[in-house]
Design a protein around this ligand. Sequence first.
Ligand SMILES: Cc1cc2nc3c(=O)[nH]c(=O)nc-3n(C[C@H](O)[C@H](O)[C@H](O)COP(=O)(O)O)c2cc1C
Length: 323
Amino acid sequence: MLRTRLTEILEVDHPVMLAGMGGVSYHELVGAVSEAGGFGTFGASTMNIERMESEMEAVKAITSKPWGVDLLTAAPGDMEAQVRSLIAHGARVFVAGLGVPRDVVDLCHQHNVLVVSMCGKVRHAIAAEAAGCDIVVAQGTEAGGHTGQIATMALVPQVVDAVGDKIPVVAAGGIVDGRGLAAALALGADGVWVGTRFIATPEAQAVTGYKDTLVGLGEDGTTISRGYTGKTCRVVANSYTRHWEENPGELQPFPMQFLRSMEDGVNHLGLGADAPDIDPDREFFPAGQGVGAITSLIPAGELVERFVAEAEQMLGRMGSMRS
Ligand SMILES: Cc1cc2nc3c(=O)[nH]c(=O)nc-3n(C[C@H](O)[C@H](O)[C@H](O)COP(=O)(O)O)c2cc1C
């Protein structure tokens, strides 16, 4: 067992969190990770409130262990309604995927819900801690999805130095196995927040071709593009990302570019395997640089166990290096 401040505050067995991936992290995946002793997080950014509520009800049939909800963007009014809903449906954690959620920190704390903030820079983490957030995720540029410029290896220890004496820091970006977990702990983090590796599981929701594409991709198969959303997003490189590399002057800001990719028929994130007309060479497949290490689908619960077993083995190996 690996016990850290994260396992204590979340009341879970293992310091492994499922990233709240929009379009991917639904009740089957969230339930499998939490039931295995990790911490499952819904990616609710692509859900309307009715779907979010039915998902939160559905996870209770899979596990009675704690789980959380990640909301990426929302107008302030919407965010409060969604946060009230996740509180009412029994979430243990609210993850703010974009910006520090100052308006709802007190509301969450009044209902014993922890607040997590995603951070790509040290100053984001300092602002999150000052606003009362309970945990920060330091997400490096290697990460799949919307991402910044600072690498995980450089970012995590600097965030630990800035806020780690006050709140737990969780490492994210390019972490796909127990070696990554051991490395994150060595950098001073209290656990890991894992996205891409959990897409390649039977439980993840994904349009046709997404999981197969990840399994076949090398470490250099991703790129940061603004083509799908208007914001910098790490995705599988394809003919659509190349078009925007060659025509950057046509790019529009969020949300116009997001609507453009929908109109172009290349953005089906949020739909399942029955989504029609997917062209894998143009489709929106967010993925991180760790993808080259993914060679097969593995059940999510087994993945959680592998993360911990490999990390324990690696920490033992590191311990035996001391003379
Ligand atoms: C398909 C996909 C969707 C994502 N959606 C969200 C989201 O809605 N909110 C959020 O905070 N982060 C989102 N992310 C980023 C993840 O939360 C996480 O930080 C990232 O996946 C970690 O890096 P990794 O993919 O290398 O493990 C997404 C990532 C992926 C791959």
